[in-house]
Design a protein around this ligand. Structure first.
Ligand code: CUA
Length: 157
């Protein structure tokens, strides 16, 4: 009886490993050559951000009654736009990418933070409740100006 249980356990583990392996291979294949240039994609060409429909003019866009999308470009050593201004009591999704090297994007004092990697779009959604101001900092070393790389998130009434 116990042996039978172990067999089922091992069979289950094997299946998990096989599925994980397939997922890894598939993901790797997608990451290798596909370049999706749109809002919902998770990759972007860092060399043509100026021509991108959203990153070409990064900023805040209202997408629902209390919902906003914010496209942000991190580059040595600024965040664009700066400041980012959004209304209180809303849901805000940041789409952040880099124009040069790997940066970080962290809204100070919140749990909102992400690695910002050239070619990839970091997506993070936050709820903003009360009017306030938050610093935005880069938490990945990105060059001589890293320690001064700051932005501002302004939540307005
Ligand atoms: Cu950008 Cu550190």
């Amino acid at each position: 009886m116990h042996i039978h249980d172990y067999e089922k356990l091992w069979l289950g583990l094997s299946l998990v490993m096989i599925v994980g392996f397939i997922a890894t291979v598939t993901y790797g294949a997608v990451g290798a050559g596909v370049e999706m240039i749109d809002d919902s994609g998770d990759t972007v060409d860092p060399n043509s951000l100026a021509d991108h429909p959203e990153f070409g003019d990064p900023g805040v866009e209202q997408v629902g009654p209390n919902e906003y999308d914010v496209h942000v470009i991190a580059r040595q050593f600024v965040f664009q736009p700066d400041p980012i201004v959004v209304p209180a009591n809303s849901t805000v999704t940041f789409y952040v990418t880099s124009a040069d090297v790997t940066h970080g994007f962290e809204v100070v004092g919140t749990n909102a933070n992400a690695m910002v990697i050239p070619g990839e779009v970091a997506e993070l959604t936050v709820e903003v409740n009360e009017p306030n101001e938050y610093g935005i900092i880069c938490h990945e070393y990105c060059g001589s100006g890293h320690h001064d790389m700051e932005g501002l998130l302004r939540v307005v009434p």
